[in-house]
Write a protein that binds this ligand. Structure first.
Ligand code: ADP
Ligand code: MG
Length: 697
């Protein structure tokens, strides 16, 4: 296979446009892509026609505006290219108007009250900065046009619009910063993102028999297998044939879509894997991550597998996250997070760094919220996931720089050092100035920050919107303070020192998984928001609303709508999980245990009838009965409380009640059944075990 021949064949990329559009039209389009603004309707007609011809050559029959509603996934409604037949023949058409705007009815998407039924119109509008592409699936070939999704009154009904707004805000404020340092030529600053995606694979036949996986995407019952991940033998382990074939097929599909899938490996948990692309602009990364997740699932079915993206498919072993690598750079190619050889003398870098510290410290709660997801509640603070507390890991070199600044000294610091392996035939390596710290939720890794809290299933739009926004605010504050300073260098150094002293509590280089850190963080006054329901209200806190409104990223109404939608998502998700548990317990587990205990009782009676020793059987029967009773009463409790919680009128109260009341009831039902799994004859157990699911893929 020659990657360069298939890479991007399904993308209407800049080079395809260059080939297919008249010079003038191409110039207008690329100018708007780079500098913003609108294309004329005449231009839109030409682009649409070229796009349609290109897609039809690829076999496309339909087009769709492809958007990202607040459900966190993507939405599409297909329309064919055909027009009203003339003389029994149809012409294929895509007009400029159809390209740039659509009005899908789409009134069933969550809007959190932004679309009263009487104003139910919602519009999609072409995002010219994300390339169109064709998607091959069971539906045939569909031309997908990435769009934003807004209401009749212009409010964002999607995840993409605020992200694009945040990118513009960050660019505007970051340009003010580079101007302070004499850069008069950069036109914009862009946020770049490289998301590392973790996932589990499970055999499809087994999956279909586990109703919890089918309905909830994660196991709601299941005793631990004899072996877990304790040997660390899966991490970076040899990739099995079946999984390798899947990965290969997945890569090809992603490459065709212009997605730079590059790194793949086995992750820590059995049956867990990771895929990372090369980073791209934040909005393209968001689109491509959605497509990656979708393609992962689609390709899995071809291999008799199912791809699980839930953050915690199995209890007791690692969950899955998404490491959101984030940096910002000018259109001239300068990465503003690049410390250079001597960071202590790189004043621009130090100002940027101090702004990141301020941004993350001021809005730690918002960043935590941006990674809140129902499944992530099981992960943050649990196995192999950073705690729910936001802190920044800087590494030795920058930590030293920060200390020097606080001391008022400017000694050169630990730069890269040579690493001697003691083996003469191995090349002398340069040691990175930052080591890794897997336990930090927000780690500086050389020339980017890695936000590790994000959930595996979640869209990365919200975290990146928040990151861009908080940094835009910190840049704005710095620029306000320093523009027009008489002695810029002195003023800038003073600003950096003051900002670092004020926000140094956010820096933590130690073990983020330790209990000691939880206590220390509390002493430092850092927020520790443990669940999604507690994180949601941060969105409408005054400081958050003020910031988002100031930079035109969200209005108060848009934020309030997101609060509603998130509460609703939480409540509905837990409701589905609880219902799935009730279903499984009453239809599968309890009947199996009842039958098993009946068999045991018969055995006991038979043994006693012939005066044989039945003590072992009796003992087992007693244990089974005790647990069965616990399970039955936990089931009754859950069945009784679920309708009560569901009848509450306020979404917020309901979501909290699901968290405070239903989640503990679910745990109470799971515990005895998982214990029974270890007691009851495996031949009568009605469900595949963790061992079957994790080790027989
Ligand atoms: P790690 O050391 O965490 O494995 P990698 O260098 O493999 O990091 O990169 C992980 C992800 O970070 C990849 O998607 C990569 O493209 C992305 N990445 C690398 N440099 C940057 C950058 N400057 N900005 C944003 N993402 C980046
Ligand atoms: Mg990484």
């Amino acid at each position: 296979m020659n990657i360069s021949e298939i890479f991007g064949v399904n993308v209407f990329s800049v080079s395809v446009m260059k080939e297919r559009l008249p010079k003038k039209v191409f110039a207008e389009v690329t100018d708007v892509m780079e500098n913003g603004g609108q294309i004329s309707m005449a231009t839109a007609d030409v682009v649409a026609n070229a796009m349609k011809d290109w897609a039809v050559e690829k076999g496309a029959t339909h087009y769709t505006h492809w958007f990202q509603p607040l459900t966190g996934s993507t939405a599409e409604k297909h329309d064919s290219f055909i027009t009203y037949p003339k003389d029994g023949k149809t012409l294929l058409q895509l007009s400029g108007k159809q390209l740039i705007m659509g009005e899908p009815d789409a009134s069933s998407f969550p809007s959190g009250g932004l679309r009263a039924t009487s104003y139910a119109r919602g519009y999609t509008a072409w995002d010219i900065t994300s390339p169109a592409f064709v998607k091959e699936s069971g539906c045939g070939v569909i031309l997908c046009i990435p769009t934003v999704f807004i209401s009749y009154t212009g409010e964002a009904l999607d995840k993409k619009t605020p992200l694009l707004r945040s990118m513009e805000a960050l660019s505007t404020q970051a340009i003010r910063i580079v101007r302070l340092f004499g850069n008069t030529t950069a036109k914009k600053v862009t946020a770049f993102v490289g998301p590392e995606q973790e996932y589990f694979l499970v055999d499809r036949e087994k999956y279909l028999k586990r109703k919890d996986l089918v309905y909830a995407g994660r196991t709601l019952f299941g005793a631990p297998a004899p072996k877990g991940q304790e040997l660390d033998d899966h991490y970076f382990g040899q990739i099995r044939e079946r999984i390798g074939a899947y990965m290969k097929d997945l890569d090809v599909e992603l490459w065709k879509l212009g997605i730079t899938a590059t790194t793949q490996h086995n992750e820590v948990a059995p049956a867990q894997h990771e895929l990372a692309p090369i980073y791209s602009t934040a909005n393209v990364a968001v689109d491509q991550n959605q497509l990656t997740m979708e393609t992962m699932k689609r390709v899995a079915t071809r291999h008799g597998l199912v791809c699980l993206l839930n953050e915690k498919p199995y209890a007791g072993i690692n969950g899955s996250g998404k490491h959101n690598n984030w940096s910002i750079g000018t259109d001239e190619g300068e990465n503003l997070f690049e410390p250079g050889d001597e960071p202590i003398h790189n004043l621009q870098f130090l100002l940027v760094l101090s702004c990141v510290l301020a941004a993350v410290d001021d809005h730690a709660d918002l960043l935590r919220e941006s990674a809140a997801d129902v499944g992530n509640d099981h992960r943050l603070g649990a196995q192999e996931a950073p705690p729910a507390i936001i802190s920044i890991f800087l590494g030795d070199q920058l930590d030293e720089v920060v200390n020097q600044i606080l001391k008022g000294s400017e000694d050169a610091t630990a730069a890269d050092a040579a690493l001697d392996t003691g083996v003469s035939t191995v090349p002398v390596l340069r040691k990175d100035a930052t080591d890794r710290n897997r336990t930090s939720p927000f780690a500086f890794t050389g020339n980017k920050f890695e936000f590790r809290m994000v959930g595996s299933r979640d869209s990365i739009a919200s975290p990146n919107t928040a990151l861009n926004a908080v940094l835009a605010e910190a840049f704005c504050n710095a620029a306000d303070a320093l523009e027009g300073a008489e002695d810029f260098e002195t003023a800038c150094k003073a600003y950096i020192k003051e900002s670092i002293s004020k926000h140094k509590r956010i820096i933590f280089n130690g073990d983020g998984y330790s209990d000691a850190w939880v206590e220390e963080a509390a002493r430092r006054g850092l927020p520790n928001i443990k669940s999604m329901v507690d994180a949601i209200p941060v969105l409408v806190q005054d400081d958050v609303v003020d910031m988002y409104e100031k930079f035109n990223i969200f209005t108060r109404a848009e934020l309030a709508s997101r609060v509603e939608v998130q509460y609703e998502t939480y409540a509905k998700t837990i409701n589905i999980e609880a219902n799935a548990m009730i279903h499984m317990a009453s239809k599968a587990y309890i009947p199996a245990v009842v039958a098993y205990s009946g068999d045991l009782a018969n055995t006991v009676a038979a043994l006693e009838a012939v005066d044989a020793d039945a003590s072992v059987q009796k003992d087992l029967l007693n244990q089974v009965n005790v647990l069965l009773k616990q399970a039955a009463s936990a089931l009754a409790d859950l069945e009784c409380k679920l309708p009560q919680v569901n009848s509450m009128d306020s979404m917020g109260a309901m979501a909290h009640a699901f968290h405070d009341t239903i989640v503990p009831c679910m745990a109470a039902l799971r515990a005895p059944i998982d214990e029974l799994e270890l007691l009851v004859d495996q031949d009568v157990w009605p469900m595949y075990s963790y061992g079957d699911l994790l080790f027989e893929v």
